[in-house]
Design a protein around this ligand. Structure first.
Ligand code: ZN
Ligand code: ZN
Length: 307
């Protein structure tokens, strides 16, 4: 995700900055809300695979291809011994009828593990050769719906995540004292933000770009999301899913439909994301000091397990 603050000109239009990025005057505050993952969201082909029950990457958080290069899978690529099915796919890459794929599958790639602060597994997508792809995401969603705060691993650090509609969870996260800054809201798509924010046409277009900027957008007068997401602000920082893992949380909340039609439909789930004021190293969940710090706020940790 490219962290960019949004700020509109007097005409409301977004203009590119000297680096060619679109700037918006409210953006300077939004830019520090989430770590810059410097990656595009999963490409359309990978989303189709993740949401096709017949595909080996159905509900797989590390789905990747040569076009979008999921960094969660990519950083572990050297550690991965491709399984025979992946080797067969790779051998057919010259055949234009075969979808291009450089990524692993659930059998040979990393997996998700939802753990308590003490490291005990709550739901793991893999036990030896046994695959339970989707378990960790489903269990994470159940916790979020019950007001839990989950520390979610990403390539650039850790996001503390809760239900954006749950004021109690937001207050609890604030009380942990890890981050006093505004939180960012993540929606499955633009349609899910209707009634909460008032993006203009330029902001709407930019928000949906695959670089996944964080934009600070004007709140709707009848917005229902808790003001405590951004105390004292008339704007709210918002972004769309910047990794397969977050897409899967929204997919689970939509009752895991087949196909990609749901991606264009409004989804009830809105996530609130925060980082910590402390510098949290990547894979902080595996770092005991960082983990004990995060445990002040997090009820559970959603981490990457290697194959
Ligand atoms: Zn892709
Ligand atoms: Zn494989």
């Amino acid at each position: 995700m490219q962290a960019v603050a949004a700020k509109a000109t007097s005409s409301g239009a977004l203009t590119p900055d000297s680096a060619g990025r679109t700037e918006n005057p409210l953006a300077s505050r939004a830019s520090s809300l989430l770590p810059g993952d410097a990656k595009p969201a999963p490409c359309a082909a990978c989303l189709e695979r993740m949401f096709d029950p017949a595909d080996c990457c159905w509900q797989y958080a590390f789905t990747s291809c040569r076009h979008c290069k999921n960094p969660s899978a990519d950083s572990r690529q050297q550690l991965i011994q491709p399984c025979s099915a992946c080797l067969r796919t790779a051998a057919r890459q010259d055949d234009s009828r075969v979808p291009s794929s450089d990524g692993p599958c659930p059998r040979c790639g990393p997996h998700l593990d939802l753990q308590l602060g003490n490291g005990a597994s709550i739901a793991c997508d893999r036990h030896g050769d046994e695959l339970h792809t989707g378990y960790a995401i489903a269990a994470s969603l159940a916790l979020l719906r019950n007001g839990a705060i989950i520390a979610i691993e990403s390539e650039s650090g850790v996001h503390l995540c809760c239900d954006a509609r749950n004021a109690v969870a937001i207050t609890r996260l604030r009380a942990a004292g890890l981050n006093s800054r505004p939180m960012a809201v993540m929606a499955a798509n633009l349609a899910s933000l209707a009634g909460e924010l008032m993006p203009n046409a330029s902001e709407s277009e930019y928000l949906q770009s695959r670089t996944r900027p964080v934009l600070a957008l004007q709140r709707h007068p009848q917005a229902t999301l808790p003001a405590s997401l951004a105390p004292g602000e008339e704007v709210l920082a918002v972004t769309l899913p910047f990794s397969a893992l977050y897409y899967l949380l929204f997919h689970a909340s939509a009752d895991a439909p087949s196909g990609i039609a749901w991606l264009a439909q409004p989804q009830a789930l809105l996530l609130a994301l925060s980082t910590t004021d402390q510098e949290a190293p990547p894979a902080a969940s595996g770092n005991s000091k960082a983990r004990s710090t995060l445990a002040r706020a997090a009820d559970a940790f959603l981490i990457y397990g290697d194959s």
